[in-house]
Design a protein around this ligand. Sequence first.
Ligand code: ADE
Length: 446
Amino acid sequence: MNETTTIEHDVADLGLAEAGRLRVEWAERSMPVLRQIRERFAAERPLEGVRVSACLHVTTETANLMLTLQEGGADVLLCASNPLSTQDPVAAYLVTRDIKTFAVKGEDNDRYYDHIRAALAHQPSITMDDGADLVGAIHMLALDRYDDLAPGIREWSTGLPAGELDAILQNVVGSTEETTTGIIRLRAMAADGILRFPVMAVNDSYTKHMFDNQYGTGQSTLDGILRATNMLLAGSTVVVAGYGWCGRGVATRARGAGAKVIVTEVDPLRGLEATMDGFQVMPMSEAATRGDLFITLTGDIGVLRREHFEAMRDGAIVANSGHFDVEIDIPALEEVAEEGPHELRPYVEEYVVNGRRIVLLGRGRLINLASAEGHPASVMDMSFANQALAAEYLQRHGAALTAEVHRVPVEMDREIARLKLGSMDVEVDSLTPEQESYLSSWDQGT
Ligand code: ADE
């Protein structure tokens, strides 16, 4: 494969491109819905000339999404949405496919934001986010909140010729958002009245959260923990913090592997649901004394705190699968520990608290992407079908949409489910005319 390129990039090693190609093509086999969209995009070119900047986890599945957008005519730039989630061979391969790629596994904060700066400098009319970092940077710039910007972005923006920054910011027609945490941030922006353009909430599609968040997170979180530690789940006590779609996926898979599962929640409805699903539910203060493995998936800050570390058993393992690395209070762990961190294996660090060992995985970052490969391609197929269709929708209708968080139209959601079922050789029934008429009337059947 040709390793010289004029495409803008910052990746670990272009020599990894061939290994990346094999991995991307392997994932593509399990992405039949995205493949069909790609074929249509190649014929119809709905994104001809559109500049797209995507800030997503740089994985084999994301590569297939980027190539789909490119087939649709888009000029695509991709940067990482997390410093630890990049698959370096995939990043290298994308450069050889003329996707401007900025992502290096293990990049520090400065490099991470330099890459977001590159995504802004691309002058996108459509942006894609997983966690709202790119849209967040656009809004901080638009609001002149320079103190809240990373130094690299601040310096770049102040050095631009007069009017150029405004032109970049005004160019954005709309964005898509992949994850629950990003949607929460974006809704808060809309509520504050500062959201500048429409955002398509890909996460809120049924064909995204019911499958990616539940089955994808359920499997890949345990995959990451097992690859990092090789621990036995059967017979161990696993504490799952948060019983949203992701938490219920992890709790169910851990139970399936023979673990005794405890769920902690703050929402009484979810706590009730977890109880009736057969899990033990209790406050973290109590669960902390019982768990062998703790997994946070709440989207909130400080879920495992000083008092919990002080109560944990010797050898307790703590991991996070929520979007940001804020769920485990690592500064508190470092403060309370008399020893550590000692690196035992890649992404496995030990602290000693009151003479008891506590093992932190993946530096508190998304363990499924830090230590494994993220969700399997088969589930990302639907998530990224939503992304591709949402981009097309924004291109067609973005100018007419309000600056709010919008759902992907439900017909698109259904179409993705229909295509996925078709690829699995599964058929569902259709309503008879009599059933249709019954469902649309109020005066039959009395
Ligand atoms: N988020 C979780 N798993 C992912 C994957 N495989 N690719 C992109 N984003 C992800």
